[in-house]
Each structure stands twice: as C-alpha cells, then as structure tokens.
Design a protein around this ligand. Structure first.
Ligand code: PMV
Length: 315
C-alpha cells in the first residue's frame, strides 16, 4: 500500500491572465486530498478511465526516461477534504497525489517534486485541456508561488521564500458562492472568446491584472493589510471585465462589501455561481453572522507549506 497526500490551492491573483503569459500569485492551503494505491485482487473493481489516463502518463514517462519499473495491477482510493469544482484545485491535488503514488508503486522509489510536477501537469490535461500548470505547481510545492508560463516548454515556477503575514492571514476567509455550472476548460474558452472579440480591451485588462498581481506580492512582503485589501477589490473588478463572475456572485460581493473586500478565486463561473471567494475583513464575526444567515459555506484561510507528502504506512 502506498499513500500520498496533496494540498488544495488558492489563486490570490492572476487567474485566467496566467493563461495569457501573465503571472499568477498562488498559495497552497491546508486542505488535503489523500490517494492510496494497493495491489488489485481478483475481486477488486475495475479502475476508471481517469486512473488509466494518469497511469499511462506515468508509464510513458518511465519508458521515455529509461527508468527501471515493474507494472503492477493496482486499485486506488481517494479521501478528500477539498471541495470539488470550485476553484480550489481539487483535480490538481488528485493528479499530484495519484501520479506520486503510481511512480512510487512502479519503481519502488519516492519521486522528487520536480518529477511529480511534470507528471501531474500532463495528467491535468485530461481535466482542463490546456491548463497553465499553476494548480499542480502549488499543490506539489506548497507555500507561496509566483508562476509565469513563458512557453509550453518554459514555465517559471518561483517558490517564494516568505509566508503571507499573520496580520493578513487572520483577516482572510474563503466563502463558497456555489459550484459553477461551467468547467474550468469552459471558462478558459469563454475568456478566449471574449479576447478574440475585443483583443485590445482584454489586453489592457490583462496588463492591469499583472500590475495588481505584483502589487499584491508587495503588499504581502510589506505586511500591508490595506494595500492587500485594495488589490483584492481591484482584482475583482478585473475578473468582472474578464467575464468570469456571475451576476449572483457580483450581488453577493456587493452585499459583503460593507465588511471588506473579496474576489473570486480560480476559474470562476458566469451563469450561476462562481466557486470560492477570497475575502478580507476586519470584522470576521459580522461576516460569519452574515454567512450563517445566508446559509453559505466558508472556512478560514490556512496556508500549507509542505506540498505533496508521502505518508508512511504507520501514520
Ligand atoms: O478553478 P481552477 O482551480 O481550476 O483554476 C483555474 C485557473 C485558470 O487560470 C482559470 C486556468 C489555468 O489553467 O490556469
């Protein structure tokens, strides 16, 4: 039996813009998905298509790199605390944990993070079509990441050597606006369509997003809560311009405005709900009261610093 776990992530700034070569500022968060693989027996159920896809990615890599391996028949199990399809990177965490398990099972060695990142990025294409890779990088590395994809063959993944300061983290709350109808791939396509229709306007929005992403990093380094809140608010406007925030989510955010500043995080949703909202407030108590009243799900923002983790048998 082999077991790995991988964390969820939050895009603090730069979702969608990252698909167009702009940077994204991302944090791994302390919600985990655990994958367990073990040898299949005669009466284990057949594995699904997703598993076969990830397995083929791992086997192709081992062959290409001429790494010695033994193919074993496996079955797998997932335990996850990451809400699905709401911008928190659950499919990335799945790809990270499962590819780590499979590499380990076939080679009897623990893969390093670089290898897991490569495998999980390829596996993630099954879910997203053309993912930027930001989700799998955050889930693999943990901590804060400044990510920019220059080309398909050149992704700058900078693990930042600082944490989000406590004075900011303590004020953050993650709020569920509901599961979007659209998939991430569909949302990426939607933004692409808008880009093709209005390239100059969209280019401007993307440039302003880049500025905001960098400003947010500065706010984090300077431990400047007000600047961080301002970048969240501006970010939300930019995401509206990109067309990824539904009118009901915009309405929710304007109701919440009296308590602080919020933005959608991840791919978003245009029709109905838009997934999780990153919200900064000086008055958590009032926000929680409001959310309880509205029967909305939420949780505190807690960073993860470890990334993908091997879980030994005795744990
Ligand atoms: O909503 P998520 O967690 O799938 O994040 C998607 C982020 C995008 O920038 C919209 C797409 C991508 O591949 O980076």
């Amino acid at each position: 039996m082999i077991r790995y776990s991988a964390p969820a992530k939050i895009i603090l700034s730069g979702e969608h813009a990252v698909v167009y070569g702009k940077p994204a500022f991302v944090s791994a968060i302390d919600l985990r998905l655990t994958c367990t693989v073990q040898e299949a027996t005669a009466d284990t159920q057949a594995v699904d298509e997703t598993f076969v896809f990830v397995k083929n990615v791992v086997l192709a890599y081992l062959k290409r790199k001429d790494i010695k391996y033994t193919e074993v028949h496996l079955t797998y199990q997932i335990d996850s605390a990451i809400p699905k399809g709401r911008g928190l990177g659950s499919s990335a965490a799945f790809c990270v944990a499962l590819s780590a398990c499979l590499y380990h099972a076939f080679t009897a060695t623990q893969p390093d993070k670089q290898v897991i990142n490569t495998l999980a990025y390829q596996a993630e294409q099954q879910f997203h079509g053309m993912p930027s890779g930001v989700d799998v990088s955050a889930s693999t590395q943990g901590g804060l990441i400044f990510y920019r994809k220059e080309f398909e063959f050149l992704k700058n993944i900078s693990a930042l050597n600082f944490k989000l300061p406590k004075n900011i983290v303590d004020k953050l709350i993650l709020i569920d606006s509901g599961k979007p109808i659209e998939s991430t791939a569909e949302m990426v396509k939607l933004v692409g369509k808008r880009y093709n229709e209005q390239p100059q306007l969209m280019e401007k929005t993307l440039m302003r997003t880049e500025k905001m992403t960098k400003r947010m990093v500065v706010a984090a380094i300077k431990e400047d809560v007000q600047l961080f809140a301002d970048t969240i608010a501006e970010n939300q406007q930019l995401l509206i311009e990109l067309g990824i925030v539904s009118s009901s989510t915009q309405q929710l955010l304007s109701q919440l405005n009296q308590y602080g500043a919020g933005k959608v995080t991840g791919a978003g949703g245009a029709e109905k709900s838009s997934g999780y909202i990153l919200f900064l407030t000086n008055d958590k108590e009032q926000v929680v009261k409001f959310l309880d009243n509205e029967k909305l799900q939420y949780f505190d923002f807690k960073q993860d610093f470890e990334g993908v983790r091997f879980i030994p048998k005795e744990d």
